[in-house]
Design a protein around this ligand. Structure first.
Ligand code: AMP
Length: 215
């Protein structure tokens, strides 16, 4: 059983790296942002509560976040473990999490803010299947169209310069201290996220003592 947390600013590749790791090791990938986007898209009660907050790049209230994460983990479908992405984002969430779960490692993807801006503003998402694209590093074959399902590519509602500025500010104010807390417990491996997708994945594996990724 392996339990990991992946942290990093928006656009640092948390989703991509978590998916590679989860697919290979049979881990359940729990992305809190994705859960909220699902609720918004499906017009649920939670969706109505968080829609405006998520679109503005602000943080959802701790009670609701803890409820969503707690409920998801209680499914206990993670026989081989899980990788939590986008949580905890502040000290209170970290304390809530550590009360219930031991963590085997925190993967910290480190990326300078300038590179974050460049990447995030070029990010696109398939509106049908959710596949990630990037107009710099991973262009679709046909502009505006998903290579996999033919769905329309759209920018995330919170990938605007204004929302990004809010998210970066929150990250440094609220999430940097969580990293410090984890560092004191020696959980953290910091990885330079400027390298390519596979190089970053191999570095994560090496640092966590896991077998290398084979394509
Ligand atoms: P992400 O996909 O991780 O960038 O998350 C997208 C949005 O979901 C964030 O900008 C927040 O509005 C919300 N969100 C995700 N995770 C959390 C969290 N741990 N605490 C508060 N809000 C969150």
């Amino acid at each position: 059983m392996r339990k990991y947390v992946i942290m990093g600013v928006q656009g640092s590749g948390k989703g991509t790296q978590s998916t590679l790791l989860a697919d290979d090791l049979d881990l359940v990938h729990i992305s809190v942002g994705e859960i909220f986007r699902w609720h918004v898209k499906n017009h649920t009660k939670v969706g109505a509560q968080v829609r405006r907050v998520v679109a503005a790049g602000e943080l959802v209230g701790d009670d609701l976040v803890e409820d969503v994460v707690g409920t998801r983990l209680q499914w206990h479908d993670w026989n081989y473990g899980f990788i939590v992405d986008g949580f905890p984002r502040n000290r209170r969430q970290a304390e809530f999490f550590l009360e219930s779960y031991d963590i085997d490692g925190v993967i910290h993807l480190d990326l300078p803010d300038e590179e974050v801006r460049r990447r995030v503003l070029a990010r696109r998402l398939c509106s049908r299947c959710g596949m990630d694209y990037n107009l710099i590093a991973h262009r679709p074959e046909v502009e505006g169209t998903c290579d996999v399902c033919g769905g329309e590519l759209v920018a995330r509602e919170d990938d605007t310069p204004e929302a990004l500025a809010t998210r970066l500010r929150d990250y440094h104010e609220k999430t940097d201290p969580v990293l410090e807390l984890f560092r004191r417990k020696e959980y953290v491996v910091t990885i330079d996220a400027r390298a390519g997708k596979l190089a970053v994945q191999q570095e994560i594996r090496a640092r966590l003592g896991l077998p290398p990724h084979t394509a």
